[in-house]
Structure formats: C-alpha cells, structure tokens
Design a protein around this ligand. Structure first.
Ligand SMILES: NC(=O)c1ccc[n+]([C@@H]2O[C@H](COP(=O)([O-])OP(=O)(O)OC[C@H]3O[C@@H](n4cnc5c(N)ncnc54)[C@H](OP(=O)(O)O)[C@@H]3O)[C@@H](O)[C@H]2O)c1
Length: 397
C-alpha cells in the first residue's frame, strides 16, 4: 500500500493515472499534478475511478515540487512531464528522500541533445540518500531495454547484435501529427542518426540509412536508422554487443511534412522576435499541431515494437525476436488515448509497481535493464502489453 505522485497530465500521464487507479492494492493513494490543473481534473474525472487527487505544480521550480511532495508524502514520484523537468524533479526527490521514475532522459531546452550523463551524475547522491531513481521506464526506452535484459538472461550467453525495431502501423487520419509531445518528438527525429559498432559510435545524416523491414500483423514498412536513448545505456551494460541500432518507421507523407517544417524554419529551437516577443518556432508549432493525446478516437491499426538479437548460446549462433503489438483502438477504448501513450504509460505504472513492491531494489540511479526482468515480464501482458517471441528466425538485419 503506497502513495504515488504522478507529474504530467498529457497522453502518457492519462494512461499512468488510469492504470494506477485500477490497482489500489499497490497504489493506495494517487495524486496527479501538472502545470495545468484542469488537465489533471479531466483525467481524474474520466479515468480516475474516484481515486485520484489533483494539484497544480510547475515542475521546473524545485521548491514547488518539494512543497507538493512534503504535503502529499508519496513513496515514489512518476515523472511523465517533459524531459526538461527530469533534473528539477530529481532534485526535489533528493531533497525530500523520495524515489523517482521517468520515461525519457534529460535534455536541455536550448540544445536538442539527449544523453544520460546528466542523470547518471546523480547516482552517488541518490545512493547516499538511500533512495532510487529508475530511468527510462516507458516502451522505448523501457520495455525494449527489459526485453534485452530478458534475452541476455534466458536466451544468450553473449549478445552480439541488437536491433530495436519500432513500427507504428497505425493511421490517425490527419495529414501530419506526432504521436507524443510534438516538440520533443520533432527534436528527437530531426537529429543525426547514430549507432554503435565495434566499440564506437557511428554518426549518419538524419534518415540516411533505410531498410524495408517486415513487422508481425502489419507487413513491410520503410524503417530508418535513428539514434535512441536506450542504445547509450544498453551498450554500456552489455559490453559484448558488437553492434546496436534503432529503427523507426516513417511514411513518405510524414517525412515530406517534416522536411517542409525544417526548411521553413519551424523546427528551430532558438528564439525569434515576433511583435517584440521572443518566440521559439518549434514551441509555437506544438500549439497548432494536433494534440497527440487526442488522436485516439479515429486511430486504427497497431504498433509493433521489439528487439531482434543475434548472439551465442551454448557455443552456437542464435537469433531471437521478442515484440509486442498494440492496437490503437483497444488502447483508446480502455484509456481514451492512442497506443503510443498507452505503450509508454503501462510500463511506467508497472515499473512503479516493481519499485513499490520491492521486486526492483537498489540505492542510486538505474536504467531498467539493470533490474531482474522476470517479474516485469511476468506481469506486463496482464496489464495490456502481452509479448511474443521467436527463436532462430530470419531477423532481416
Ligand atoms: N519511453 C517511451 O517509450 C516514451 C514514448 C513517448 C513519450 N515518452 C515521454 O513521455 C513524456 C510525456 O509525453 P506526452 O506525450 O504525455 O507529452 P504531453 O502530452 O505533452 O504531456 C506533457 C505534460 O507535462 C506537463 N508539463 C510540461 N511542462 C511542465 C512543467 N514545467 N511543470 C509541470 N508539468 C509540465 C504538460 O503540461 P501542460 O499541459 O500545461 O503543457 C503536460 O500535461 C515525455 O517526456 C515523452 O518524452 C516516452
């Protein structure tokens, strides 16, 4: 029986809140706080089952978060606001001695460069305080990292090649929309590509490397090599990896819109003066694009995300593929939001459950692959994200 504070009332916050409210035996009291109180109240009313309290907080402001934590006294803070808030919320957790969990690593607002170094630097402070921070517990990072840990534990003696494959085979009926926060999403996918090979990072131009990959129940989709944050911690935690890459599907229409957005300067993150006021074009763009949390109603099709791994077991080469397919419609019927928010929010809730029930233990800052994957893999299907696996199949990579 534990109290949990959820910060962030977007698409992902809605799913986390809904799933925590479904499980009162672990989450005995739930507070949902965010910058805009009315968004918390809507979520509490629509999916809270009468079990969610709400509060307003600006999570960029450490004293405000500290005050809220001291008032509510949670055992764990689930941060599903934006990556910019990771460090202030971690500071507040340190000051109050409360555990922390998030789904995306920190990036500074003025530079589109996400890395774990800022959060890993908190390890000793969290350890000394006797609390834990769980980093990257969404789907990717999150479940993909746990799939890798599960494969390493049960299927391989050594991991050699890891390809994380992320396909959104759904259609929301809009000309252009992002599936999670547009500002964060566009910053992520317009960066240069990067992958790990033979002990070093290799950089590519954005979307330079493409492959046609076949996804279960979806079919063949153009898949582009991009950099994704879990690669950074996975190559550190699995040093036998000779190569680690991340692939994401994009349709031609999506890429055309993205190119235009960049060409006309709307992806810029430096301020421009508009009528005497500083405006950041990408921040403004967020307000004219569709709200990702509201795409669900007309979204059809499925996501398919998994890990394709080659390595050695008992002296022999082996391949292994583990994945989840998630239906946008099914996610919408259950929580009122689409599969991208759903596949992020469910693992965040389950990661929180792992911490609160002491299945995941430790003092310091951890990426999810550092914990035992088994109790998480046992439960994730029951909470809506069942996984499938196949050994010794053609990985296409
Ligand atoms: N690991 C994964 O698989 C994965 C996948 C998708 C997304 N994510 C991550 O999940 C997080 C949430 O995504 P989302 O799609 O739910 O985003 P979203 O819809 O934009 O929601 C973000 C929420 O955070 C709130 N927020 C922003 N700044 C705040 C501040 N200073 N103080 C308090 N609250 C603040 C926003 O408040 P307002 O409503 O007032 O703006 C909004 O309610 C992001 O960090 C994203 O990167 C992870």
């Amino acid at each position: 029986m534990s109290k949990v504070l959820i910060i962030g009332a977007g698409g992902v916050g809605r799913v986390v809140a809904s799933k925590c409210a479904d499980n009162p035996e672990v989450f005995s009291e739930i507070m949902l706080a965010s910058r805009t109180l009315s968004k918390c109240q809507t979520i509490a009313r629509e999916v809270g089952k009468g079990r969610i309290q709400t509060a307003q907080v600006n999570a960029d402001n450490v004293p405000e978060v500290v005050e809220l934590i001291n008032r509510f006294k949670p055992e764990l803070v689930i941060n599903v606001a934006l990556p910019y808030q990771d460090l202030p919320i971690m500071d507040a957790c340190l000051e109050t001695g409360v555990n922390y969990l998030d789904t995306a690593n920190y990036e500074p607002k003025d530079e589109a460069k996400f890395e774990y170094k800022w959060q890993w630097a908190y390890h000793d402070k969290f350890k000394e305080k006797g609390i834990m921070a769980v980093l990257g517990c969404g789907f990717d990072p999150g479940v993909t990292s746990i799939y890798t840990a599960y494969a390493a534990k049960h299927h391989f003696d050594e991991l050699h090649y890891l390809d994380i494959v992320d396909c959104n085979g759904g259609d929301h009926g809009k000309a252009f929309a992002t599936n999670f926060n547009p500002e964060i999403n566009i910053r992520e996918i317009t960066q240069k590509g990067k992958y790990w090979e033979n002990g070093k990072w290799i950089e590519t131009e954005p979307h330079e490397i493409k492959k046609e990959l076949n996804y279960p129940e979806i079919g063949t989709r153009d898949s582009y090599l991009i950099f994704h944050e879990e690669l950074e911690s996975l190559v550190k935690n699995y040093p036998t990896l000779k190569r680690a890459r991340f692939w994401m599907t994009f349709g031609q229409e999506y890429l055309t819109h993205l190119r235009v957005i960049q060409n006309i300067g709307m992806a810029r993150i430096d301020p421009v003066k508009y009528k005497g006021v500083d405006v950041i074009p990408l921040e403004f763009l967020k307000y004219v694009l569709p709200d990702p949390g509201k795409l669900g109603e007309h979204y059809v099709g499925e996501t398919s995300i998994g890990c394709r791994i080659k390595g050695i077991k008992d002296g022999k080469e082996k391949t292994y593929y583990v994945w989840n397919n998630c239906s946008h419609q099914k996610a919408y019927k259950e929580t009122g939001t689409q599969a991208v928010s759903y596949t992020t929010g469910v693992p965040a809730m389950l990661g929180a459950m792992m911490v609160l029930t002491k299945k995941w233990n430790g003092k310091g800052v951890f990426n999810v692959e550092e914990f035992d994957p088994d109790p998480f893999m046992e439960k994730i299907g029951e909470f809506g994200l069942p996984w499938q696996e196949a050994a010794n199949v053609d990985l296409e990579l």
